[in-house]
Every structure is written in C-alpha cells, then in structure tokens.
Ligand binder design. Sequence first.
Ligand code: 3EB
Length: 346
Amino acid sequence: MSNRQPEARLHGLWSDLVPVAAPSEAPTAPHGNVLGRIRFTDAPTEPALVDATPLLTTHMTNEQVTPVEEIWRTGLPVRAGVSGDAVFAEDGEHLFYAVRLGPQPVYRRPVRELYENALRFTWERGYTDLVRMWNLIGGITSPNADGLETYRDFCIGRAEAFAAFADRFPQLSAATGIGTLSPGVDVCFLAAKPGRAVHLENPRQTPAYKYPSRYGPKSPSFARATFLRDVDAPGQETGSLFVSGTASILGDDTVHVDDVAQQTEETLRNIEALVGGDNLRRHGVAGAGYDVKDLDQVKVYVRDAEHLPVVRNICESTLPADTDISYFNVAVCRPDLLVEIEGVCR
Ligand code: 3EB
C-alpha cells in the first residue's frame, strides 16, 4: 500500500488495494470510514453487508495472481443498507452500490433492469452524478444463447437503461468493462451529489458511446475518465481523477494486434494523453494536470497468463516503485485486446 493519499484530505473519496489474506494488517492505520469493498478472489458470491459494509466479491484471480481487496473510504460518517439484491452505503456526499446478476442465456433484458433499478435508486437518493462504474462480465467474449458476444449483449441492456434515464443521467462516467472467470455479471459504482464531477474524453480515442456499430448493436456507455472535485475545496481544483479501463485503441481501432508489449505501451500513452493538463483544461478543469506516473491504485488486466511478465515489466518501469498495482489474468472486451489498465490520479 502506498501512502500517496494526503492524510488531510478527509472529504474526498479514496481507495486502497490490500491483500485479501491480511486486510487488517495494512502497514498504516487506515483513516476514514469504509464506503464499500470489492474483493477480487477465486469465486463469486452474492453481494452482502459484511462488518456493516457493502462487499462485492468477484471471481478474478487464479493461480497466476494474488487475491486483493479494494477498499473505498470517505472521511464522513457512513450508513449502509440493502435494496433488493443490491447493497449500498452512503455518506451524504457519495454512494457506493453493488449488485450481482447470475448467469443468463441472454443478458440484454436483465442488465437493462439491473441498471434501471440502480439508476432509479441512485437518483432518488440525490446522488445525481455518476463517478466511476465497474462492469465485471463472465465469458465476456463468449457467445450468449443467441450467438451474440456476451459483451455486446451486455452493452445493449446497459445502453437501453441509460437511454431510459437520459433526462436524469445525461452524462456517462468513467467505467471499466472487463472479463471475470465465472459466468454472471458483477456491477458496482460510485456516485456523488451534484456539482463535483467532470467527465473527460481522450483526444486519441473516439468516445466509446460513438463507436460504430461494427463493435456491437449498441455502443458502450462510458466516459474515458471522471474528475471528482474534493468536497472541501470550493474554487480549488483538488480532487481525484478516475481513469477508466484503458486499452490499445486509437480512434476506434485496436492497434498492435498480437503485440502485448506495444499494446501496453500504447495504453500507457493513452492514459498520459487523458490525464495531462491540456486534456483537463479542454474539459474545464484548471491546474497542471497529471502525468501517467501519478496513476495509483492501478489495476492491470492481462488476457493471457504468459504475457503477465512482460506487462509487469513495462508497468513497473513506467510507474514509480511505491505505486499500488494489482494484476489480473482475465479476458478483455474485444478478442484482440491483450491488456487493459485503470487507476486513479490524485
Ligand atoms: C475500450 O476502450 C475498452 O464497457 O464499460 C473500457 C472501459 C472498455 C469501459 C465498458 C469498456 C468499458 O472500449 C473497453
């Protein structure tokens, strides 16, 4: 665990990645209150309140990688609850929501329902800005019962839900769409009270919601990053930049097919362009911006186990030694994508 989160910034939202085996043995006493936890381990389980805190458990580790838990914290008092199949927690400024959808022959309708329930709940509680979403999809590039790729099937249901809520959630946030190792879909997200979130696109990439239909009947519903201003910093540009799952895509094309080293380097260049000052200012966020070296709480998804060493090498030589990085051996949403990387800049 790195210590790059400033202790003083108690009114933002931050996360740690810790080994599952010893979450309580974190080297520094964690400050703040737990808003939610995402456990990346060797089997999925239904989301539940554990220690009065939402816990989503997703199947993302095998013998290649170490189970970890991502813990989201806030400086404000937290209240947790259950809503149907979903679990949530809120602190008056932020909401964490998690739900699991079991294996389905066709995902479109149940995914639409899942997202509509989630968006309705979130809107009713006043968390009207989405901040960061994760879509963890079993068999992501495998066909559904109708022969359509599961990711494309998922994207239809999600897009239909966002279309139904376009009056309330006109802006899409940062997200990840990635494979897991068990069928079913795990979804969780963070949302905030209005006025603090700014959503960013990447000048090197076509906005995902404008991808042409050759990638699927409905485009993916997400932005490339979301900047969340700190609660206690009116007029100042301090906050967190949530970087979406990023891959080796230029425009809408996968580049460096079959070359994992080049895909990893292109992905890091995409992140560099996304988080830099020029791109932030283009979206109305003042300040110097970030460098790819500022990326922390990094998750690196690698499709093929044999590519883990080369991807690790490139990430470790690009990012500072105290960066928290977790690696997962899971499929990415296009069969030709070998790697996807996400993280947070502060
Ligand atoms: C891409 O850029 C790679 O469907 O929620 C990245 C982040 C990707 C989020 C999603 C998909 C999603 O298109 C895939």
